[in-house]
Design a protein around this ligand. Structure first.
Ligand code: ADP
Length: 228
């Protein structure tokens, strides 16, 4: 399977901590990769470094073989907008916009005109079990529905890679399970790769591979047979 992204020898140091102490990691075509580990182990720093949000102090980040870690901020921000999708724990939807416009927003930021962006956004509602909720404001959605809207928003730009940071962290177990199943399956159908940070083994088990992080280092990989 070919590699979409790679981190090579990634180092990130803060005054009080070494968040990444030399991490090598690859993200393969169409796979879902979970980053697991205890709090403070460097999971979020690794995800944000791969996603071009945090600039590493050492090492390289490659996207389809091209080095991106030394790109300028404008170029990185265009890359994040056009080729990456993001799902965070919660609170990422704009409360004043209907769900469909929240999903359309990254498309509009990428230059698609509003009407066309909303048409394209609406296509994601059925696959994510959100039919009929297009006009709802985020405050009128349950936590699980809001996360599914966030997934639609991440996928609407048809990204190469979706980055998810504790996407089930604010949900109860059953809802989290439902959301992670949709996130992994719809991302795969779309042909994108998924990189997901979680501290929850049951959530990670939905991914194709799991990388275990501790003290800024990868300690091991594990692999699961994909359960649909
Ligand atoms: P995790 O996601 O596994 O909880 P993080 O990547 O958030 O871990 O953090 C790894 C380490 O780096 C921790 O010791 C954390 O305190 C530190 N750290 C992360 N971000 C910052 C920051 N912006 N400033 C200072 N220290 C940070």
């Amino acid at each position: 399977m070919s590699t979409v992204m790679a981190g090579i020898g990634l180092v990130k140091k803060y005054a009080s901590a070494t968040a990444l102490a030399g991490v090598d990691v690859e993200v393969r075509e169409r796979e879902s990769l979970a980053i697991m580990g205890p709090s403070g182990s460097g999971k979020s720093t690794l995800l944000h470094t791969l996603a071009g949000i945090i600039r590493p102090d050492g090492g390289q980040v490659l996207l389809r073989g091209e080095r991106i870690d030394h790109w300028g901020e404008n170029r990185l921000s265009a890359l994040r907008r056009g080729r990456f999708g993001f799902v965070f724990q919660s609170g990422q939807l704009l409360p004043e916009l209907p769900a469909e416009e929240n999903v359309a927003l990254p498309l509009m930021l990428g230059g698609v005109v509003r009407k066309e962006a909303v048409v394209r956004a609406r296509r994601w509602f059925a696959p994510l079990g959100l039919e009929g909720l297009e006009q709802r404001r985020p405050g009128q959605l349950s936590g699980g529905q809001a996360q599914r809207v966030a997934i639609a928003r991440a996928l609407a730009v048809e990204p190469d890679v979706v980055f998810a940071d504790e996407p089930t962290g604010a949900l109860d177990q059953a809802t989290g399970e439902e959301v992670v199943k949709l996130l992994t399956s719809v991302t795969r159908q779309q042909g994108a790769s998924l990189v997901m940070v979680t501290h929850d083994a049951e959530v990670a088990a939905h991914c194709d591979r799991i990388v275990h992080v501790r003290d800024g280092r990868i300690t091991r990989y594990s692999q699961y047979t994909v359960t649909p």
